[in-house]
Design a protein around this ligand. Structure first.
Ligand code: SAH
Length: 290
């Protein structure tokens, strides 16, 4: 983007921010903001205002880089993505960097994919700021497990399929499947949404089937959700591990009857000619079928 266009865009953003009475981004503050799951249009107004105002932006791997073109011309734009397995050492570095930059009087934006408080370690970073008495603001974002499913035509809740949903990370602190009460989850949560679970999908599916979930329960994998490369694979719980091996990261996995609604609600597919079935649950829920 040319400097001139950037300046015009930033003026427009500043004007919008003022007319919405958004808070000013003050020196010495850190804002932890979500950039949404991929589609640049899913950033919030507050997130965009933060991008256009910050002196320093530390952004993660899953942030849509097109958003960074709205940064101030002199802003420092730092890639702070983590590589698998090296997360812990770097995590402390990032938090300390946020503190040091704020102490220098910078307006520091920590920009994360999705929502900063959903499996994004935003809480850890904010606690470091709290310990250092650095003032901070949290700017929520559209999380992949909700917005990403919406772009696949899968409502995360739907009255006829699920009154509850559970969000789970497939990747615990030690890199293994977290030690959860899988029997309770299986019985209590009609829909299960999994982040960071491609590598352990077969193990998780096996745990759920051992706990009584039917092998033919619908499941889906949404890769690169909301981006131009979005790919959706609909499968059955028993096939989830195999489908995961053929899917690209990042991906959201979802297990539950609500997956069937995609046949009626795949609005993106409809744009390229797919016929929608306005009654996608008519074959009855699997639980009805026994
Ligand atoms: N804070 C983020 C999640 C960070 S954890 C959020 O709220 O969305 C990273 C995981 O998020 C990935 O492994 C993947 O499971 C999921 N994810 C993030 N962006 C995604 C995307 N565009 N498509 C599919 N999954 C995504």
């Amino acid at each position: 983007m040319s400097g001139l266009k950037n300046a015009a865009d930033r003026t427009a953003i500043a004007r919008l921010a003022a007319s919405l009475e958004l808070p000013a981004f003050e020196s010495g503050w850190v804002w932890l903001a979500g950039a949404g799951p991929g589609d640049a249009g899913l950033v919030t107004m507050l997130g965009l205002h933060a991008i256009a105002s910050a002196d320093v932006i530390l952004y993660d791997a899953l942030v849509n880089e097109a958003l960074l073109s709205f940064a101030r011309p002199g802003a420092d734009i730092v890639y702070a993505g983590k590589r698998r397995g090296k997360a812990s050492a770097k995590q402390g570095d990032i938090s300390n960097q946020l503190v040091a930059l704020a102490r220098k009087g910078k307006r520091v934006l920590r920009l994360k994919g999705g929502d900063p408080f959903v499996f994004g370690r935003g809480g850890e970073e904010a606690l470091t700021l709290a310990r250092a008495s650095i003032p901070f603001r949290i700017v929520p974002g559209v999380t992949a497990g909700i917005g990403g499913l919406a772009y696949a035509g899968i409502p995360v809740t739907h009255r006829d399929t699920n009154h509850a949903v559970t969000f789970i990370t497939g990747h615990g602190v030690d890199g293994n499947v977290p030690a959860l009460d899988w029997n309770a989850i299986s019985r209590g949560s009609p829909t299960i949404v999994l982040y960071m679970a491609l590598a352990h999908a077969d193990e998780i599916a096996a745990k759920l089937m051992d706990a009584g979930r039917p092998a033919n329960e619908p499941a889906a994998i949404v890769s690169d959700a909301t981006s131009g490369k979005q790919n959706v694979r609909v499968t059955a719980l028993s096939e989830l591990g195999r489908a995961a091996k053929q899917s690209d990261a990042p991906a959201i996995l979802v297990i539950g009857e609500n997956v069937k609604l995609r046949e009626g609600l795949d609005w993106l597919g409809a744009m390229s000619g797919k016929l929608l079935d306005a009654d996608p649950l008519k074959r009855g829920l699997l639980s009805d079928a026994g």
